[in-house]
Design a protein around this ligand. Structure first.
Ligand code: B12
Ligand code: SF4
Length: 531
């Protein structure tokens, strides 16, 4: 029997899927959006699009991403049940969708990473779906098929038997307004073999990465392309090289797919820094047109890496690893954590020195936040060092004085993202990383006319908003002139919008407009949109 038919009686149901707004934070690239032609969010929510595709046949589904526009009264009225997803950082916005669903007496159902880690945080939802797509999802569909109404008390369904990734449906990309996203999203694997102290991935998604087949991934790419997506596509995998043997099988399929279709996509992914030890993987990534890799470097201090069980970052000296990736045309994006137990008053200076020497342009610098279902949470709880105070920037009672950690964070943000620092790091990438990328002649590339028009509009916005109006335009032109002289318009556009975001985010941090920990669910100034 088809798995989708196993859900129960074939009653047709009307499901409204709603993705909550993100909390305003550095990693959302919000300052970049006004320079684009209508981008409103970073990437489509893969989890909700997979669930939408897994609904039993005949069920009607609508999808709204509230980062793009709010769900309307008419949509809530239309639905029999409202499906919501989300991370801890979106908690208040998740709750708001539940309230609105209940205003119309609609059944509210929550899944995703936040509820999977902390079901107790969401007492108001009618159903909680804990864990990945699996037996809980089938039970949910069967119950809704029998009765879509609100149950008398909350029902919590927990996946014990996860659905094999090879059995995942193609995400329902057709429901999303793809041009409104900065990048597309795709998933190849789930889970990570490491066990970093602060990370909840091993507990939520497992330590043995589960995988899709290369054929499935290329079919998803075909679907993304058919739905009108071109340009950047992000692999949402926790660690792209979690299973190195498998990735060596996937990459040749990606290379062939890209070649056959004229390289419509530019890929990025998240991977551990020890990827630098695998030149054969890096070469294939270059050929498949991977251009950016997010690596959780976390800290340049070796004793700190050891203390947070991230010693795999030390397999290759940090600077050497970054340089190696750059040699394959890969720009590194890095996460940095301040507030670790090993931090000293010198840590901020060391972080800044590392940023300067590695020339990594884009870094998310966060204060440590303890997430539930992590070894860090368990340790701090035992030590009595978890602080539940929404007015603080972190729930961790740091070893160093709180104000000193916060000052160190602000100082790092200010210096790392000063216009001169940001643009000189991009200048380095322009000379030492980008020339190492695959060069495909323009006529051999699949670039729809609409993308050319879009590129020109963004170029105009960059030149006007940054090149003419910004107070740091002098620094911008030092790099922009070189790009123009070399005819590197794509680089000019990318550097223009990203540098703008980094510079403005640094200023937000210094002027207190940005949170120091993007992981918490502290209520945020950003309101939930009214209809
Ligand atoms: C891509 C990604 C992002 C993207 C896009 C997120 C998105 N909406 O797609 C962006 C860049 C926006 C992002 C941002 C952040 N992220 Co993020 N992100 C991820 C990542 C790497 C992949 C997400 C994904 O697509 N997974 C694949 C899908 C298929 O899995 P899934 O979403 O869990 O969905 C499955 C189930 O949960 C379930 N499901 C999901 N939704 C629903 C709904 C219903 C109704 C049902 C029945 C089932 C269901 O079915 C799906 C299939 O199995 C995850 C790690 C991970 N493994 O998930 C981190 C992760 C979700 N992010 C995390 C964090 C901390 C953040 C940030 C705070 C980072 C930062 N420093 O700013 C911000 C927060 C955003 C904000 N400021 O509001 C944490 C969340 C911790 C938590 N438990 O809430 C994670 C788990 C990583 C981690 N441990 O650090 N992130
Ligand atoms: S390597 Fe990354 S995904 Fe894996 S446990 Fe560490 S922080 Fe989490």
């Amino acid at each position: 029997m088809d798995r989708r038919e196993a859900a129960g009686p074939r009653e047709s149901r009307r499901i409204l899927c709603v993705c909550p707004r993100y909390t305003s934070s550095f990693g959302m690239f919000e300052h970049a959006y006004p320079l684009t032609d209508g981008v409103r969010a970073l990437m489509p929510p893969q989890g909700l699009l997979v669930i939408a595709a897994a609904l039993p046949p005949g069920w009607e589904v609508r999808f709204v991403d509230e980062n793009i526009r709010p769900a309307t009264h008419e949509e809530f009225q239309w639905a029999e049940a409202v499906f919501v997803t989300g991370m801890h950082a979106q908690r208040r916005q998740i709750e708001s969708i539940c309230h609105r669903a209940h205003m119309f007496d609609r059944t509210a159902i929550l899944g995703g990473s936040s509820v999977s880690a902390c079901p107790e945080n969401y007492p108001e939802f009618d159903y909680l779906h804990v864990g990945e797509l699996g037996d809980a999802t089938e039970e949910l569909f069967a119950r809704l098929a029998r009765d879509p109404g609100r149950p008398e008390r909350q029902v919590v369904l927990t996946t014990v038997d996860r659905r094999d990734l090879t059995d995942f449906p193609l995400p329902a990309y057709e429901l999303a307004e793809l041009p409104r996203y900065l990048t597309g999203s795709i998933q190849y694997s789930s889970g990570c073999p490491y066990n970093c102290e602060f990370c909840d991935i091993p507990a939520l998604y497992g330590r043995n990465p589960r995988l899709k087949t290369p054929e499935q991934v290329t079919a998803e790419l075909d679907k993304l392309l058919a739905c009108g997506m071109t340009g950047p596509v992000y692999f949402v995998d926790d660690n792209f090289i979690g299973n190195r043997r498998a990735v060596r099988e996937l990459l040749p399929a990606l290379v062939d797919w890209q070649k056959a279709r004229g390289y419509p996509f530019i890929f990025s992914c998240e991977a551990t820094l020890n990827i630098a030890k695998r030149p054969e993987i890096l070469e294939l990534m270059r050929e498949a047109m991977f251009e950016t890799v997010f690596c959780g470097i976390e800290t340049p201090e070796p004793e700190a890496l050891e203390a947070i069980s991230k010693d795999h970052n030390m397999m290759v000296p940090l600077l050497e690893a970054v340089e190696t990736l750059n040699r394959y045309g890969l720009e590194v994006v890095s996460g940095i954590i301040l507030g670790l137990d090993t931090d000293s008053p010198q840590t901020g200076r060391r972080v800044l020195d590392f940023i300067e020497s590695s020339r990594i342009p884009m870094l998310t610098i966060n204060l440590l936040q303890a997430l539930p279902r992590t070894p860090l949470w368990d340790r701090l709880q035992k030590e009595g060092r978890l602080i539940d105070d929404e007015n603080r920037e972190s729930n961790v009672d740091f070893v160093m004085p709180y104000d000193q950690v916060l000052t160190m964070w602000r100082d790092c943000m200010e210096r790392a993202f000063s216009p001169a620092a940001v643009l000189s790091r991009y200048r380095h990438q322009l000379d030492h990383t980008y020339p190492n990328r695959m060069k495909v002649p323009f006529r051999e590339r699949h670039v729809p006319w609409r993308d050319v028009v879009r590129g020109l509009k963004i170029l105009r916005a960059v030149l006007w908003e940054v090149g003419v109006k910004a107070d740091y335009r002098g620094e911008f032109w030092k790099v922009a002139r070189t790009c123009l002289r070399r005819g590197q318009i794509e680089h000019l556009i990318r550097i223009g919008i990203m540098a703008h975001h980094l510079v403005l985010s640094g200023r937000d941090a210094v002027e207190g407009r940005q949170k120091a920990s993007h992981y918490s669910a502290r209520p945020q100034e950003m309101p939930v949109p009214a209809e």
